[in-house]
Design a protein around this ligand. Sequence first.
Ligand SMILES: Cc1cc2nc3c(=O)[nH]c(=O)nc-3n(C[C@H](O)[C@H](O)[C@H](O)COP(=O)(O)OP(=O)(O)OC[C@H]3O[C@@H](n4cnc5c(N)ncnc54)[C@H](O)[C@@H]3O)c2cc1C
Length: 493
Amino acid sequence: MADFDVIVVGAGNAALASAVSATENGAKVLLLEKAPVEMRGGNTHWSGGVFRFAFDAPRDLEFLLAGIENTYPRFYEGVTPYTYDDFMGDLQRLTGGQTDPELSEILVSNSRDTVQWMHDVGKIPMEPAIGLSGVEKDGVIQFQRGMVVRAEHEGVGLSKSWFATAESMGVEIRYESAAVELLQNTKGRVSGVRVRGPDGVEEVTANAVILAAGGFEANTHMRAQYLGAPWDQAKVRGTPHNQGDGLRMALDIGAMAWGQWSGCHSTPISADWGHFAPRELTDKSNRLSYLYGVLINRLGKRFLDEGLDMQLFTYAKYGRIILNEPGGMAFQIFDQKTVHLLEPRYSTSEPIAADTLPELIDKLDIDDKPQAVKTLEDFNAAAQGPENFDPSQKDGVSTSGLDIEKTNWGLKLDKPPFHAYTVTGGITFTFGGLKIDGQARVMGTDWRPIPGLYTCGEMVGGLFHDNYGAGSGLMSGAVFGRIAGRSAASEKS
Ligand SMILES: Cc1cc2nc3c(=O)[nH]c(=O)nc-3n(C[C@H](O)[C@H](O)[C@H](O)COP(=O)(O)OP(=O)(O)OC[C@H]3O[C@@H](n4cnc5c(N)ncnc54)[C@H](O)[C@@H]3O)c2cc1C
């Protein structure tokens, strides 16, 4: 007789969704968290708590945001429907058609129902994602497509609610308890885990194990190995505990690697931050308002189209591009026409300010300052006035005549004082993972499921490639976590 029906490894969104789902389906569940209690919750705690999910009409969100019009009377006027086709189209477009067809279908088609389940069963209160995705226009907050709802109090609230629900349902949670190895019986069935806890190493048995231990983003050795230079030097945006343990343990018993192991989610963050983002500042490291400004590198040159799309469709690939620039850094420059549009989290840094562009450049750590001044002068000569500027959507206000055009929000920098922020590319999570089937069973390299082994969250390979639409990570974790929990519970003896 096993100690538990199901062991869940990890304590982020995916782990807790799976633990709650397994419990809901009658299983006795043990959840192992490597981190101490004060560091619990993985990247989920650090996250913005936003969920991307499909819905057909703005009022379909009423089930999550009851009474929202009492606070924002014209709330639903600013919400655009985000259908199955919209979500699937974005996933396809952003991944260059590389997203796994079976997994993406499961993700998108289960997204709305799973958010409802998180709300109803997971007891996770939701709120509008104002501040991250909303821009006010004519008295209405316009939300970016598919990015309307987040957990109340963002990732901190999400994590806290999940733990409270799991505890109230009777899930046993052990902290400072790292799974170090998967146990298998003679038939090859996963029968438990070896755990390194506060008092030493022990074996705990179960009918099924769900790995939800995150990716390898915090492991400099694995980053160098799979992502290559300069990723071993990247600053980590989230938990220091996602060291690839779950992936390693699964690969060790013959699990199949799947998806883009050379790829990761990375965003422009403040270059002033240390090697790991402080837990109390969660996702405030991000610097995503570059679409309203100009980005130059240490050679004094622009190197990408800051206005290619709304930031939540470009941020996940621009981190990588910045990290690969000289010194792994760049400078975001704004004038007074747009500084009020910067996300509130910019306030965790002091801008470098000056009354003229040459004075500003003089204060920045740029190797070729004359080139930088010329770049900004050339930019201004090719840019437009503010007449047709619309920060709430792609406005087509493009520069004209530059090697790299800024194709939207292409305003001149001409209203001092000018502000600059130094940014780098910070790693969020890795895209490479394990191959699973539609029941979240981990597949072996023999293309057969490894009995008793499931996975979910960042450990699932194949969904994301090169780029990513904000809010998809938590959604994927919840969808596949719920499925993994249900499937694992069905193995109960
Ligand atoms: C700053 C930031 C902002 C983000 N914002 C958003 C957002 O708004 N929306 C969105 O969709 N996504 C967002 N993401 C991405 C999102 O946080 C992740 O996709 C998601 O949290 C991953 O969930 P997970 O459960 O797979 O992993 P995690 O939440 O990282 O949990 C992994 C868990 O495994 C534990 N663990 C690791 N190894 C072991 C071991 N050997 N034994 C036991 N436990 C172990 C860790 O301690 C941790 O508890 C953000 C990420 C960051 C860093």
